[in-house]
Design a protein around this ligand. Structure first.
Ligand SMILES: N[C@@H](CCC(=O)N[C@@H](CS)C(=O)NCC(=O)O)C(=O)O
Length: 222
């Protein structure tokens, strides 16, 4: 059995969406980021970075995977799905996963922190992260101008990027000027497995959300 330790954030949803797409059984252990459970010793022993998500493959000797991109690759390779077999096409998918992990995720994460959580509003910092996020969304838009998905068929490249694009509003980044990206977004948002994955773990109550925004300046999404 697979166990996903996660929270309701883009990096967590990448993995729950893939698990739902795969249709394999898994259990969910919710990690309350605002209670800093991700910094507790037992969790850091699994995930040295002290962040979500973490996957444990109990059927493979309790094998642990941290880093959402590595988890996507592990699952795609384990089940041989959502990643092409051809070496070059596979490389292209991995390139976009790397791009998301090193660019889109961190920049949108920082845009979220400085637009949303930081009490002090720092115009040059906000400008930097908002513009860089917008530039990266433009890269996606250009790639999608001539294709339905980032590389060939729907793959872990799309799954990696989707939750971050979805979070653009919360991050304070506009996507109206990106028609190809919007079409891709709508196409993926319609998938039943994606809709199920976005409900893992159970969405927080309105009160939890209010408490979240009180934690200004704390990196709960990055
Ligand atoms: N590169 C990591 C980033 C993980 C990450 O930043 N997770 C955030 C939620 S999206 C988190 O756990 N934040 C809590 C914290 O920073 O303590 C990955 O992709 O797994």
């Amino acid at each position: 059995m697979l166990e996903l330790l996660t929270s309701e954030t883009p990096n967590g949803w990448k993995v729950s969406i893939l698990l739902e797409e795969l249709g394999v059984p898994y259990t969910v252990t919710p990690i309350a980021l605002t209670d800093r459970v991700q910094k507790q010793d037992w969790y850091v022993a699994l995930n040295p970075n002290g962040r979500i998500p973490t996957l444990i493959d109990h059927a493979a000797g309790d094998f642990v995977v941290f880093e959402s991109g590595a988890i996507l690759l592990y699952l795609a390779e384990k089940y041989d799905r959502f990643i092409p077999a051809d070496t070059q096409a596979r490389s292209q998918v991995i390139q976009w996963v790397m791009w998301q992990m090193s660019g889109l995720g961190p920049m949108m994460g920082q845009a979220t922190v400085f637009n949303r959580y930081f009490e002090e509003k720092l115009p040059s910092v906000i400008d930097r992260y908002t513009r860089e996020s917008q530039r990266l969304l433009g890269v996606l838009d250009a790639q999608l101008a001539t294709r339905d998905y980032l590389v060939g068929d729907y793959s872990i490249a799309d799954i990696a990027c989707f939750p971050w694009v979805r979070g653009h509003d919360w991050a304070g980044v506009e996507i109206d000027g990106f028609p190809h990206l919007l079409r891709w977004y709508d196409r993926i948002a319609k998938r039943p497995a994606v809709q199920r994955g976005l409900l893992v773990p159970e969405p927080p109550s309105a009160q939890d959300m209010a408490e979240k925004t009180i934690l200004q300046g704390k990196t709960i999404i990055a």
